[in-house]
Design a protein around this ligand. Structure first.
Ligand SMILES: [Mg+2]
Length: 366
């Protein structure tokens, strides 16, 4: 079964989150961007993946079209490990971490979708897991910088059945507002997205400690300073989560060697796809680290996260970006039910993206 055709499809779906504009690089974030990878084999099977690309989609598209697709055409689609090793090796001089590996992640997910379809099995079964209907989701709130809005979104999340809530905030007042709204029993996590020095992070972790966080996520810059993360967790007694900015099992090996985290957060659209995620999963298990997959996505990467989590002996929680999307690639099929997720039971990733959503939200160069 040879790879016959690869299409790279940049997609942007507008969303609303009910707060003041927020974004990176002076651009307000108003659309969920991703780069879909569609791989077709000579037997007619089609697989879908996506590569992380919030504001990097032109770069990711360029990497895929110019550097990756020419290597893959005509190759055996079932040789996933071999192809991913070859791609990483051939492209290593362009950087081992970051956009090259993000781009490869989309290819890997699509190849595993094909493998599941060829076997007539859901991906989680192919990975040695089982289709399960009890994956616990958590509401991952956008950044509001506003205690009242944080309290309001915490309340609506709980009213919709979520049993855990994660904030993207760096202020004590916002965390206090969420804790007051949620009461003492609901686990709350705080994702800070790498803002602080080690000294600042220590001070902030101690200020946040009274709010009894399940975890404090990415408190340090740079995120790969694993020794400083380990030191922070040991000194404060606050559980640290990190890993969404790490790529490949090798970076996670260093993270675990340093004892940097209680919760590891590999992102299937960033680490190198399902192949690397599975290696990270094994490393985490033998180092007694709990996986908590990073998955604020809405495409094939989200489905892959459901399957990977269903194949875990100790499944982590599923991150659900708490936003109002203008459209969804899978309609209502991946919406949470009272805070829980079902793994799509079909072969491969289990669902096919809606061609009308792709047509309507595909970006043509502006
Ligand atoms: Mg995060």
């Amino acid at each position: 079964m040879k790879i016959a055709k690869i299409d790279i499809i940049p997609l942007a779906i507008p969303f609303k989150f009910g707060g003041k504009p927020y974004g990176w690089g002076k651009q307000a974030w108003s659309r969920l961007n991703t780069t879909l990878v569609r791989i077709e084999t000579d037997s007619g099977l089609v697989g879908w993946g996506d590569a992380f690309s919030y504001s990097s989609r032109r770069a990711i598209q360029g990497i895929l079209e110019e550097m990756v697709v020419p290597i893959l055409i005509g190759e055996d689609a079932t040789d996933i490990s071999g192809l991913m090793h070859r791609l990483q090796k051939d492209l290593h001089l362009f950087g081992r971490y970051g956009m090259i590996i993000h781009a490869l992640s989309g290819v890997d997910i699509a190849l595993w979708d094909i493998a599941g379809k060829a076997a007539g099995m859901p991906l989680c079964n192919l990975l040695g897991g089982r289709v399960r209907n009890d994956l616990i989701g958590y509401s991952s709130l956008f950044k509001y910088n506003d205690p009242e809005l944080v309290a309001e979104k915490t309340r609506t999340s709980l009213d919709q059945g979520f049993g855990l809530v994660k904030l993207h905030e760096t202020g004590v007042a916002e965390v206090a507002a969420a804790r007051q709204e949620a009461g003492q029993e609901i686990p709350i996590m705080v994702d800070t997205n790498c803002p602080w020095t080690a000294a600042e992070a220590y001070q902030m972790a101690m200020k946040l400690k009274p709010y009894d966080l399940l975890w404090l996520e990415e408190p340090l810059f740079p995120p790969e300073d694993f020794a400083a993360l380990a030191n922070l967790g040991a000194r404060t007694g606050v559980a640290i989560a990190a890993g969404e900015n790490a790529c490949t099992a090798y970076q996670f090996r260093e993270m675990f060697r340093a004892g940097a985290v209680t919760y590891a957060q590999p992102s299937v659209t960033k680490v190198g796809g399902i192949t690397e995620f599975r290696k990270i999963s094994t490393l985490a298990a033998i180092n007694s680290v709990q996986l908590m997959p990073h998955s604020p996505y809405f495409g094939p990467g989200f489905l892959a996260t459901l399957h990977l989590t269903a194949a875990e002996a100790n499944p982590g929680y599923i991150e659900w970006f708490y936003l109002d999307r203008e459209a969804c690639l899978y309609g209502d099929a991946i919406k949470p039910n009272k805070g829980f997720y079902q793994v799509p039971p079909g072969p491969g990733l289990g669902l096919e993206p809606d061609p009308n959503v792709i047509k309507d939200y595909c970006i043509h160069d502006e």
